[in-house]
Design a protein around this ligand. Structure first.
Ligand code: E4P
Length: 218
């Protein structure tokens, strides 16, 4: 399973990269705004900077919602760097644009997926990734992980090459459960990745090893 970090914060991206387990980055307009990245030039430079830090795919989201606008914006984003994946919303015009991009060798991430039917349409259009938002599904008292399972089954039934990029991850158990189901990728805040490191028995065990070493080497 690939690990992407879901942030536009440069320090967090550097820290995730330094762990040696990072496969890519996802951003969205809200995450960019949170970092104060506004205006076309600043946004493009920010994507360049992220691509220089990581070696994997970097999702850059379009703002346009019409086919022509999505294609123009997506082609411009894709020209920034060969690691850029054009993130396109799950709307009819977005599906048409994903089909166009897939025929023109531009990688895509279909975002704002909340149903298996949406995932199926995006896969048929040739999306490289689809992003089901499991945390937001859980937030409305539905089951985000069940959505991942359903999409996994459908993609396996028909051998779709589209990768399931589980998004809107809220905790380390989301990551574990996505791994059990077989999501291809999780995109997550850095803190959920770091939570995977922790276990009290590791801390107790390490302390005892070091204490015993120090006793023997006085
Ligand atoms: C996905 O690519 C989105 O950026 C993200 O995972 C949304 O997560 P949120 O629901 O925590 O905003």
């Amino acid at each position: 399973m690939k690990f992407f970090v879901d942030t536009a914060n440069i320090n967090e991206i550097k820290e995730a990269q330094s762990l040696g387990i990072l496969d890519g980055v996802t951003t969205n307009p809200s995450l960019m705004a949170k970092e104060g990245i506004t205006g076309k030039n600043k946004i493009i430079n920010h994507y360049k900077q992220i691509c220089e830090i990581v070696t994997g795919d970097v999702s850059a989201e379009v703002i346009a919602t019409d086919f022509k606008g999505i294609v123009e914006e997506g082609e411009e984003l894709a020209s920034i760097h060969n690691q850029i994946v054009v993130k396109v919303p799950m709307i009819a015009e977005g599906i048409k644009a994903i089909k166009y991009f897939s025929e023109n060798s531009i990688k895509t991430n279909c975002t704002l997926i909340f149903s298996a039917g949406q995932a199926l349409l995006a896969a048929k259009a040739g999306a490289t990734y689809i992003s089901p938002f499991i945390g937001r599904v859980d937030d409305i008292s539905c089951d985000g992980l069940e959505l991942i399972s359903d999409i996994r089954m459908i993609f396996d039934n028909y051998d779709f090459g589209t990768e399931i990029l589980a998004a809107s991850i809220r905790n380390p158990m989301h990551i574990i459960n996505c791994a059990k189901i077989g999501a291809d990728v999780v995109t997550t805040p850095l803190k959920s990745i770091k939570s995977l490191l922790n276990h009290p028995l590791t801390d107790i065990g390490l302390k005892k090893f070091l204490d015993d070493f120090n006793k023997g080497n006085k």
